[in-house]
Design a protein around this ligand. Structure first.
Ligand code: PEP
Ligand code: MN
Length: 333
């Protein structure tokens, strides 16, 4: 159950009521919001004096539910660039899997500039499957991304692997990415709930849609309203492709949640050859953004070499997406 408290209820009283109801206390610019378990369908009438509005919810998809907020949330990426809400933007985000060197990330940034792409991605803390492979440049990589932002005016997105560097990532990036393997990390989720920057939360590849959105609820209930969901493929019985991009799940999320949705066909496919077609399919679904890996020389990439597009392929793909976005009422940004 979601309870909007009256503007006259001060922070102390709101905390007391939250404790009495065993509710999460969300402090938003608009006032105090309490969220109880969805199993709670009513509260004692003596609380009526404090309550402005209440919402009875079916499941613990609550703050993220369309039943609570009918409009998709607007995410502010900075300098007037928005994703979700009434913008109807499909925001194209690209860059390498990992930031590897100044030369490599500069080439990726220049590719973005030449295409008019506004968001540069690059991982610096890589959640690798093997401990014997490249683990990312860490803070040095983040500083290279910051340099690219300063030099080229791009927005930067980079992922958090574990709690040890969550503050570093929050401080420096424009969009905080929580990777699929970190989707259940409550330390990261809670730290991102306190952040006041957009968070792109990737779906764990073994997670149901319910679990995925509940992870987003940890961030929302921490008071951060800027959450983007990212479908990046789930594990199924199929092994010919790396994962299976769950487009049915995307339709569900669009219907039942108020969070903008970004699609990552690169990680779902795992191989270069399918990424362009999948990107077109995702764009046709009218999603809020795409996250696509590209590398100046994918064959020598230090992570995800098989799936990253080279720059000519990325350019060719980019050229095909605008008309598809337009056909489904979207602005391709
Ligand atoms: C990535 O974006 O490079 C990445 C590691 O993605 P995921 O968390 O989806 O595996
Ligand atoms: Mn990757």
């Amino acid at each position: 159950m979601i309870l909007h408290l009256k503007a006259s209820v001060d922070a102390n009283r709101a905390s007391e009521i939250a404790a009495e109801l065993k509710a999460a206390h969300v402090i938003l610019p608009g006032g105090h919001v309490l969220v109880t378990s969805a199993k709670v369908k009513s509260v004692d009438s003596h609380y009526d004096q404090y309550i402005q509005e209440s919402f009875v919810m079916e499941s613990d998809i609550q703050l993220a539910s369309r039943k609570y907020l009918g409009e998709t949330r607007t995410i502010h990426l900075g300098d007037g660039l928005t994703l979700g809400g009434s913008s109807h933007n499909t925001v194209f985000m690209t860059g390498p899997c990992s930031v590897e060197s100044k030369e490599q990330i500069t080439q990726a940034a220049e590719l973005c500039v030449s295409l008019g792409v506004k968001v540069l991605r690059g991982g610096c803390y890589k959640p690798r499957t093997s401990p014997y492979t490249f683990q990312g440049l860490g803070l040095e990589g983040l500083m290279l991304l910051v340099e690219m932002r300063e030099k080229y005016g791009l927005k930067i997105i980079s992922e958090v692997r574990d709690f040890s560097h969550v503050d570093e990532v929050i401080e420096h990036v424009d969009v905080i990415q929580i990777g699929a393997k970190a989707m259940y990390d409550h330390g990261i989720l809670k730290a991102c709930g306190k952040a006041r920057k957009p968070v792109l939360l990737k779906r764990g590849f073994g997670s149901t849609l319910q679990e995925f959105v509940q992870a987003a609820e940890f961030i929302l209930s921490g008071g951060n309203e800027q959450v983007i969901l990212c479908e990046r493929g789930i594990r199924t019985f199929e092994t010919k492709t790396r994962f299976t991009l769950d487009l049915c799940g995307v339709a569900y999320l669009k219907e039942y949640t108020n969070l903008p949705i970004v699609l990552d066909p690169s990680h779902a496919m795992g191989y270069r050859y399918g990424v362009a077609d999948l990107s077109r399919a995702c764009t046709a679904m009218g999603v809020d953004g795409l996250l696509i890996e590209a590398h100046p020389n994918p064959n020598v990439a230090k992570s995800d070499a098989d799936q990253q597009l080279d720059f000519p392929a990325l350019r060719a793909l980019h050229a095909t997406l605008g008309p598809i976005a337009t056909a489904v009422g979207r602005n391709f940004v």
